[in-house]
Design a protein around this ligand. Structure first.
Ligand SMILES: [Ca+2]
Ligand SMILES: [Ca+2]
Ligand SMILES: [Ca+2]
Ligand SMILES: [Ca+2]
Length: 602
């Protein structure tokens, strides 16, 4: 941490804002999605509150129970009681909502012989109505939601409608390579030259029940079957019928297969089928009714036909409203590693998803904060907010993030872009990225462990380190930033510089409506690392808040345009010029990799 960053932290922690915290929104139901700060946690990797459930009530070795705390691809013991135990830590970070990885009962272990791994991540659901026993019980989930609500915190569930666990297998086809509609139409059994089947089926673009009643034979591409002993593996019971699945083999991620293909063997639901639409509405509506949760993060949203979401989303919003949850948030995962807001915006329009996870922000922040792209990448990104459903106002509710459980941690991207980077500079850049996420438009999502300086070795399993004492060697040899600690011992350090920075900026954000609800006006950017500045405008009062970042390792001083009425400024973070140079112009001076948040006095 450089002296500047230490000074900013000192200001944040000892300044007037720390002394006068924002008046809390006492009714958490009244907060809008953009007013939240979200903490994303995988329950298996967070805290073990009950060692008796570590094997999920199963007996035998790890291939039976899924439990092996020394292996990165198996259950480690974290659970819902552990989450409850650490709510104080999460709330202390300034998080007001918890996005909890999927809690539904999973197939404990799957994968080819010798390559097995466990459902510790939660994305291999067999029972959509029950909590996985590795995490606890449905009663434990209720206790968790109630405990969060008692603190004024919200709970967002991570849900899946695209697929179930891998249960269905195919009698033919060896590697299960994708079989498309052209060569394997619904009207022939296993290929063009074969017997006619499903007479009268008018295709899956016709959602009427009497049309789907004519699709009686699911063996148009492969001949699907449920292996012996797994006939009742799934709940609700209708999910055990292969007719409700696509059965076309593995996705190759492009074109038709992106919607119809199995996600590496995971049984891809026929989400065009009215029974599937009704079934998923019933399943997830029930979780709203029973637990009063506050929103959904939708996994693999782009692998489901948009018509499904256009039925599902309004049904969930109506269900929530009837349950007294007017600000239910729904955000979909439209995965991309590129700065591609058009792709994300498209899904808010064609699928009526209220929000998508802002993958474009993550990719832009990784490039810009690494110093490998100019700050114009961010400026251009926010210009494209006009593309989203609801335009720039709609974009305020996009959950922004820096790294995640799939792509890897932000610190990893900064390191990869800067081989040999020193620990101080790495910490400064990671802090700069978090400052951007906490003050630019969108809902900040902190990926658990980032606030403790976790540095993933890679993506997926390598980016899912344990917060409690880890036994995974490939985690424990990592050099965490901002601390001498390792993952071998628990990391819930409220004094970690990243934890303190996020907590302080979360307070600033909550106290400053311009930062969560304000329009963005671009003030300074270039095609090289250096100054990036925007003004955020309070939607009620019109107050201007200048947010400025220096992505270069040289100090910058530069004049930027401001509103002519903004004549004097006060610092909410960092160093601010106390007065405009003239109406409409103010000087910004930032040290290397520094940032500032400057509020105009009204
Ligand atoms: Ca446990
Ligand atoms: Ca399968
Ligand atoms: Ca699909
Ligand atoms: Ca390692």
């Amino acid at each position: 941490m450089n002296r500047y960053v230490a000074a900013v932290l000192g200001t944040l922690l000892a300044g007037p804002l720390a002394a006068q915290p924002a008046p809390p929104v006492t009714d958490y139901r009244a907060r809008t999605p953009e007013q939240e700060v979200v903490y994303f946690v995988l329950p298996d990797r967070f805290e073990n509150g009950d060692p008796t459930n570590d094997k999920g009530g199963l007996k035998g070795d790890r291939l039976r129970t899924g439990f092996d705390p020394a292996a990165k691809g198996f259950y480690h013991g974290g659970d819902l009681k552990g989450l409850v135990k650490r709510l104080d830590y999460i709330q202390g970070l300034g998080a007001s909502a918890i996005w909890v990885g999927p809690v539904f009962k999973n197939k404990p272990v799957q994968g080819p012989k010798g390559q097995e791994s466990a459902g510790y991540h939660g994305y291999w659901i067999t029972d959509f109505t029950s909590v996985d026993p590795h995490y606890g019980s449905n009663a434990d989930f209720k206790a968790f939601v109630d405990a969060a609500h008692a603190r004024g915190m919200k709970v967002y569930m991570d849900i899946i409608a695209n697929h179930t666990a891998d249960v269905i297998q195919y009698r033919d086809g060896g590697d299960y390579a994708y079989r498309g509609k052209a060569d394997y139409p619904f009207s022939r059994r296993g290929g063009i030259a074969s017997a006619a089947i499903n007479p009268g089926f008018a295709g899956d673009g016709d959602p009427r029940a009497d049309n789907w009643a004519r699709l009686t034979d699911p063996s148009f591409a492969f001949a699907p079957f449920v292996p012996k002993g797994e006939e009742k593996a799934k709940t609700p019971a209708w999910l055990n019928d292969p007719t409700y699945y696509h059965n076309r083999g593995n996705s190759n991620w492009v074109g038709e297969s992106a919607l119809y293909g199995d996600f590496v063997g995971l049984d891809d639901l026929a989400t065009e089928h009215p029974r599937v639409v009704a079934g998923m509405i019933e399943i997830y509506g029930d979780w709203i009714d029973k637990y009063g949760i506050d929103g959904f993060r939708i996994d693999t949203a782009r692998h489901v036909n948009p018509e499904f979401w256009r039925a599902f989303v309004p049904a969930m919003l109506a269900r929530a409203k009837a349950r007294g949850i007017p600000n239910f948030h729904i955000f979909g995962e439209v995965a991309t590693g590129d700065v591609d807001p058009a792709l994300l915006a498209r899904w808010t329009r064609i699928a009526d998803l209220p929000s998508t996870l802002d993958m474009a922000f993550a990719a832009a922040a990784q490039k810009v904060v690494s110093g490998k792209a100019g700050t114009d990448v961010l400026a251009r990104l926010f210009e494209d907010d006009a593309l989203y459903q609801g335009g720039e106002a709609g974009a305020l509710a996009l959950p922004t993030f820096l790294g995640n459980h799939d792509f890897g941690r932000f610190s990893m991207f900064v390191k990869q872009a800067n081989p040999g980077i020193g620990e101080d500079e790495l910490l400064d850049r990671v802090m700069l990225g978090h400052a951007m996420m906490m003050t630019l438009r969108g809902v900040p999502v902190i990926y658990y462990g980032d606030e403790q300086g976790f540095v993933s070795d890679g993506n997926d399993q390598l980016a899912r380190e344990d917060m409690f004492s880890s036994k995974v060697a490939v985690y424990n040899d990592n050099d965490l930033i901002g601390t001498a600690a390792t993952t071998a011992l628990a990391n819930f350090d409220k004094a970690h510089p990243l934890y303190r920075e996020v907590a302080a900026l979360a307070e600033v954000r909550k106290a400053t409506p311009a930062l969560h609800g304000g329009a963005t006006i671009s003030r300074a950017f270039s095609d090289k690392p250096g100054l990036y500045a925007v003004s955020r405008i309070d939607p009620e009062t019109g107050q201007e808040v200048v947010v400025a970042f220096n992505t270069s390792t040289a100090p910058v001083t530069q004049r930027i345009a401001v509103e002519p009425r903004s004549l004097t400024f006060t610092s909410l973070a960092g160093q601010c010029s106390p007065a405009a140079d003239a109406p409409g112009s103010v000087s910004v001076t930032l040290p290397p990799l520094g940032f500032a948040v400057c509020a105009a006095k009204e």
